[in-house]
Ligand binder design. Sequence first.
Ligand SMILES: *[C@@H]1O[C@H](CO)[C@@H](O)[C@H](O)[C@H]1NC(C)=O
Ligand SMILES: *[C@@H]1O[C@H](CO)[C@@H](O)[C@H](O)[C@H]1NC(C)=O
Ligand SMILES: [Cu+2]
Length: 165
Amino acid sequence: MALKLALFIAMATVPAIVGATDFIVGDEDGWKLGVNYTEWAEDKDFRVGDRIVFNYVKGKHNVLSVSGPAFHSCNKTASSQLLTTGNDKIELTKAGRKWYICAIGDHCDKGMKLFIDVDEAEVPAPAPSPTGGNGNSGNSANIIASFTCSYLVGLAAIWAMVIMF
Ligand SMILES: *[C@@H]1O[C@H](CO)[C@@H](O)[C@H](O)[C@H]1NC(C)=O
Ligand SMILES: *[C@@H]1O[C@H](CO)[C@@H](O)[C@H](O)[C@H]1NC(C)=O
Ligand SMILES: [Cu+2]
C-alpha cells in the first residue's frame, strides 16, 4: 500500500517538475470551424517551454501566426510562415501574447482564431550556488524552487489519496 502510494506520488510529481506540457488546441475537436477557442484557452496555463499542437485535416485548414491587430481584423498578410502539415507543433519559447488564425477562406472571420498569453516557466532553473558553503544563506531562487517542489509533492499526495479512497 505504502509503495503503491509512493509510486502514485512519483508519477504525479515527475511531469510537474519537468514542466513542459503539450496543449492540443481544441482537445478532441482539434483545429476546425465551430469551436470557441477563446473558451478553450480560458482555463489553460500556458508557460514557456510548453507546446501547442494544432491537429486538423491537412489542406482543409492551416495555422498562421499573426500580430494582435491582424488577429482582430483577420488580416492574412502576415510575415510569419504558414503551417500546413495537419499536425503543427509550436513551441512557446517566449513569454507574452501570441495570436494564431486559420488563413483559409473566411475561417478566421468565422472564429477559427486562437489567442494565448504565455507566462514564464513555472519552476525557475536552480541557481548554481556561488559559495557552496552556508546552506542558510537564503538563495531565494532555491527557496522558491524547493517550496514549489514540496507544494507539488503535497498536492500529488492529496490527489493520490483521493484516487485511492
Ligand atoms: C466564445 O467564448 C467567449 C468566452 O466564454 C465568449 O465571450 C465569446 O462570445 C464566445 N464567442 C462566440 C463566437 O461564441
Ligand atoms: C494587412 O497587413 C499588411 C501587412 O502588415 C498590411 O500591409 C495591410 O495594410 C493590412 N491590411 C488591412 C486590411 O489591414
Ligand atoms: Cu480553417
